[in-house]
Design a protein around this ligand. Structure first.
Ligand code: ZN
Length: 388
């Protein structure tokens, strides 16, 4: 016996209730019975108009990559898209969305973080003007049916067996990463092919990819053809970190720059904003911040010049013309992927390709070294040696 929703096979986790059988592994997602009364809503019978408009033209490399993803999808094959930060991963799947929806197929787009669900849903409903694009995440669950579902991976339990193509954006990010219940639910939400989008594939994803016989496609070039910022590393004793923050801010101000300052812990993030917030237009964002949307908007629109952040902001967000500094980058919470992601915030807007990444740490760390070599390699593959 296997749970159709999360794939649990361990009989200890099945529980016979008064009305039927429950799976305790995924019961917190939904109390719906596994067998018996489960009712799958019918998909809308008419084929939607999935014509899309892009505000810019895809580069040759992007178009090529998008073509490969479409070809795989047409032959029912899963795809692992390994694209550097800022390569425009989302646009790469537009042709797939159009093709599948217009063939009467169902497409889902799932992401770990709620913030990013709302951002992407907004973008897709603008770019696909005739489609009913529905974001489904915490706070947005009244409407769960539409032409195109954009949801958190937590919400996929609603769609068991529903998607012909499931686009899984950044499956190497928390909380999806390492969570086998969420992973099982995602797999079972899809009856066709899965498209994994990532800049930093981890071991699980590579394994999954080979299990599913997925084709790996690479995109190392950004639309502005600007190489990824290779972080500069400064070593200094931990007790000098506050001084490093101060000097960094002074220099940044002199150069008329804006920046995100990453810290390994919530405490350090908040402390920095408290100490320097009076001198500089600065705010902080951590998992404890109540009005995250407001803080992100303030930074995006320039009302805040410096943003102190925990790793909550490492992915998915795009700001124009910023620098990035990571303090205590040798701290164990930062693995190579999170370091690549944080540095990847630099130069994402093709109109402002400039920007620097700096790591401050007390000692040499393997993750920092790996981050730098991965970035160098991607730059070399895209633009040839000598671009670092
Ligand atoms: Zn289950």
């Amino acid at each position: 016996m296997e749970c159709p929703r999360c794939g649990n096979k361990d009989p200890e986790w099945f529980y016979p209730g008064s009305k039927g059988l429950y799976c305790r592994k995924c019961i917190k997602f939904s109390r719906i019975l596994l067998y018996g009364e489960t009712e799958i809503p019918k998909d809308a019978p008419d084929v939607p108009d999935a014509q899309y408009e892009l505000s810019f033209e895809l580069t040759k490399k992007q178009a090529e990559t998008a073509g490969k993803i479409l070809d795989c999808t047409k032959s029912g094959k899963s795809v692992l898209v390994n694209a550097v930060c800022g390569a425009g991963k989302t646009e790469l799947v537009y042709p797939v969305i159009k093709y599948q929806l217009e063939s009467g197929k169902k497409v889902g787009f799932a992401i770990s973080r709620r913030q990013v669900v709302l951002q992407i849903a907004k973008r897709l409903s603008k770019d696909f003007p005739a489609l009913k694009v529905i974001p489904v995440c915490e706070g947005f669950t009244d409407e769960t049916e539409g032409d195109l579902i954009i949801c958190t991976t937590h919400q996929l339990y609603r769609y068991t067996g529903r998607f012909d193509t499931l686009i899984l954006d950044e499956p190497d990010a928390f909380p999806f990463k390492g969570n086998e219940v969420l992973q099982g639910i995602a797999e079972r939400a899809c009856r066709g092919n899965i498209i994994y989008l990532t800049a930093t594939p981890d071991a699980w994803l590579r394994k999954k990819g080979s299990e599913k016989n997925a084709e790996t496609v690479y995109l190392n070039e950004r639309p502005g053809r600007n190489p990824l910022a290779v972080p500069k590393v400064y070593y200094l004793p931990g007790m000098l970190m506050p001084a490093a923050v101060y000097l960094y801010l002074r220099k940044s101000l002199r150069n008329r720059r804006r920046a995100i300052l990453f810290f390994p812990t919530v405490k350090e993030t908040e402390r920095c904003a408290k100490v320097f917030g009076k001198l500089y237009r600065m705010d902080s964002i951590t998992s404890h911040t109540k009005d995250k949307d407001r803080v992100i908007k303030d930074f995006a629109e320039g009302r805040i010049r410096y943003l102190c952040a925990s790793s909550i902001l490492e992915r998915g967000v795009t700001f124009s013309a910023i620098d990035v500094a990571v303090f205590r980058s040798d701290h164990p919470v930062f693995d190579y992927a999170s370091l690549v992601q944080m540095t990847g915030r630099v130069g994402r807007d093709p109109a402002h390709p400039e920007g620097t990444g700096i790591f401050f740490c007390a000692k040499r760390s393997e993750e920092v070294d790996k981050c730098i070599s991965v970035i160098r390699k991607a730059n070399e593959d895209a633009y040839g040696a000598g671009n670092n």
